[in-house]
Design a protein around this ligand. Structure first.
Ligand code: ZN
Length: 121
């Protein structure tokens, strides 16, 4: 009888211990699930961040190329205009060699600060 009671007590103690361990295990699994979710979310954010960085770099590259192209065109245009199509009075004023009225290459410096078309006046 004494032995039986001792056994029941021991069985109860072990049952409680098993319940405690199961609860602890459930809690641990829950914590792991949360941890894994955080890791997954972090991976997604990292991937998105990398994609954003790549697309930002891509846009920067495109913008730089476009800027260089525009600057090149401006240089070419300026060079073309400077070389042939500009008349100057030698005092810092310059005009297009082409008349804005008739469109012919007939503009002439008539005095410092003044140019006019030889045809239109
Ligand atoms: Zn003219």
């Amino acid at each position: 009888m004494i032995i039986t009671n001792a056994l029941y007590t021991e069985i109860d103690r072990l049952k409680k211990r098993v319940a405690e361990l199961e609860a602890a295990l459930t809690e641990e699994r829950q914590r792991n699930r949360v941890g894994e979710a955080v890791i997954r979310e972090n991976e997604v954010l990292t991937k998105e961040n990398m994609e954003l960085t790549q697309s930002r770099d891509e846009w920067r590259r495109i913008a730089t190329e476009a800027k260089e192209r525009v600057e090149g065109l401006l240089r070419d245009t300026t060079k073309m205009v400077k070389d042939e199509d500009v008349i100057s009075d030698g005092f810092g004023s310059a005009w297009s060699a082409y008349c804005p009225m008739c469109g012919k290459r007939t503009m002439q410096v008539v005095r410092p600060g003044k140019a006019q078309c030889s045809k239109c006046g």
